[in-house]
Design a protein around this ligand. Structure first.
Ligand code: HEM
Length: 525
């Protein structure tokens, strides 16, 4: 209180409005003008300060995953992986000790649509977790679904262009989406998930999460294994039919953000268990898929899900922009004991995230409280737009901003364990992987669906494909036939019976592209 008193002029009370220079504002209703009918004058500092800040309120929205909701919480380690000590596979400190808690921040999102788009749209959902560990930050940037549309990062900009609105009409267009997917057969497994009810999770609390890409765990001897990460919601999993989603969207297009916020406010804290699947490092020629191919599931019977900890979200953000909009996650943000694999998608992603964040948030985005580690930071980096402090630790000589130095300054850390030094050799090539197996797992996924999920999948595909060129329809039917006889037959019959529709769609429906015709074709498929 005494401090607050000191910080006020004699004209101010606790409620007094000021500008950002601290000047009390005496009139927030009228511009300063020549006479009360104007004109206004240019020296009107309070107005110019207010309006020009307003003019800059937005930062560029994420190029994907624009719409999101976030929450704080903690991760609690089990100290084991299944029934073995976790140290056998990784030396990452956050996992070692049973009961050890690490603070986290999570951002859930939709992918294709913009910042204020409905949360009922058919789309994968982002599930990005920032662990503020004692060794610095670890970001696990995942989705709700366990696989992805493509396996090579060079295709990502094309994929997103095809899925986003048409550059001329600015309308979502089923034909562009399926044109890309039909021409990229590796996407068929993901299309099968996204067009089923799994493409519309009921909310963020009742969905799974997955790291999707393959990573490595490294133990103290420097030995590595391949791992995949999966989050399982304690709340159960719930997905929506198209009709259910339309009903929700008619009433509330922010339902998932609201559900998460309200649950945390009422103390009903959502919780997920973290599982890993482990595979010995190597190409595994005995498998009919490549372990580095993110369009594939690792079969649970061969690679069981092993629990390693749980996560609880128990605090809403205090400011959406500061914490959720400016949050910056990246696949390169790993701690000792966790490593990349040779997965080409993962490597492409790792460049892309921090690159976009230097532009979207600014070169000093890591100084923002939501992104900064909750531990000592001591670098020799300096300057750049919006630097407001140097990352100088209390024990650091601020004059020596370089390394090495005889005079003092920062020194390199000791290696935490034996370094993992994989041997790499080969010709530099531009080639796709050998074991593509594009449709086999899509067929298995189709057969594993419950009847209502299969029906929804076929109806949703027929709805959107009926708006597409016949050549695209035929290519999609061929992929479905290759995956599963019944899947292909039902899609062919559904499309034969469906009326041909215009491919431009508004976003009132639930396709990733929007859907103006609702479930009209549903009964016919
Ligand atoms: C966000 C690139 C694949 C999950 C982003 C962003 C970019 C990007 C540029 C915006 C980041 C920001 O503005 O802060 C890529 C590239 C990919 C790829 C180049 C493929 C080569 C994937 C995959 C997943 C994924 C496979 C799922 C595991 C996410 C999530 C976000 C995101 C969850 C939102 C993070 C947040 O909440 O801030 N991606 N992505 N991405 N991506 Fe990817």
């Amino acid at each position: 209180m005494a401090n607050n008193e000191q910080n006020k002029t004699s004209r101010e009370s606790e409620e007094t409005l000021t500008n950002r220079q601290g000047h009390p504002i005496t009139n927030n209703q009228n511009l300063r003008t020549v006479g009360n009918r104007g004109p206004a004058t240019l020296e009107n500092y309070d107005f110019i300060e207010k309006i020009s800040h307003f003019d800059r309120e937005r930062i560029p929205e994420r190029v994907v995953h624009g719409r999101g909701a976030g929450a704080h919480g903690y991760f609690e380690a089990y100290g084991t992986v299944g029934d073995e000590p976790v140290s056998k596979y990784t030396r990452a400190k956050l996992f070692q000790e049973k009961g050890k808690q690490t603070p986290v921040f999570v951002r859930f999102s939709t992918v294709i649509h913009g910042t204020h788009s409905p949360e009922t749209l058919r789309d994968p959902r982002g599930f990005a977790v920032k662990f503020y560990t004692e060794d610095g930050n670890w970001d696990l940037v995942g989705n709700n679904l366990k696989i992805f549309f493509i396996r090579d990062a060079v295709k990502f900009p094309d994929m997103i262009h095809a899925f986003k609105p048409d550059p001329v009409t600015n309308l979502q267009d089923a034909e562009r989406f399926f044109d890309f997917c039909a021409s990229s057969p590796e996407s068929f497994h993901m299309v099968t998930f996204v067009y089923s009810p799994w493409g519309i999770p009921a909310n963020y609390r009742m969905m799974q999460g997955s790291g999707v890409n393959t990573y490595r765990w490294v133990n103290s001897e420097g030995k590595a294994v391949l791992v995949k990460y999966h989050w399982e919601p304690k709340q159960g999993i719930k997905n929506l039919t198209m009709k259910e989603a339309q009903e929700i969207q008619g009433k509330n297009f922010n339902h998932a953000t609201q559900d998460l916020y309200d649950a945390i406010e009422r103390g009903d804290y959502p919780e997920w268990e973290l599982f890993v699947q482990i595979m010995e490092d190597g190409p595994h020629p005995e498998l009919d898929f490549d372990p580095l191919d993110d369009t594939k599931l690792w079969p649970n019977d061969q690679f069981p899900w092993l629990p390693v900890g749980r996560m609880v979200l128990n605090k809403n953000p205090e400011d959406y922009f500061n914490e959720v909009e400016q949050a910056a996650f990246g696949t390169g943000v790993l701690v000792d004991g966790l490593d990349f694999s040779d997965d080409k998608m993962l490597q492409g992603r790792t460049f892309s995230y921090s690159d976009t964040q230097r532009y979207r948030v600014g070169p000093n985005y890591l100084q923002l409280p939501i992104n900064a580690p909750k531990k000592r930071v001591a670098t020799n980096q300096m300057g750049g737009q919006m630097q407001y402090k140097r990352d100088v630790a209390p024990d650091q000589n601020p004059h020596i901003n370089y390394e090495p130095s005889i005079l003092g300054g920062l020194k390199e850390a000791e290696q935490a364990g034996t370094e993992h030094t994989p041997f790499v050799e080969g010709n530099l090539v531009r080639e796709s992987i050998d074991r593509q197996s594009n449709t086999k797992q899509a067929g298995e996924t189709y057969r594993n669906f419950e009847q209502w999920e299969k029906d929804e999948l076929i109806n949703n595909l027929v709805n959107d494909l009926s708006k597409c060129d016949k050549r695209i329809q035929d290519a999609m039917i061929a992929l479905a036939e290759e995956a599963d006889e019944e899947y292909g037959r039902r899609l062919r019959e559904g499309l034969a019976n469906a009326p041909k529709m215009d491919s431009n769609m508004d976003t009132a429906g639930q396709s990733p592209l929007g859907n103006k015709d609702g479930d009209k074709a549903a009964g016919e498929a």
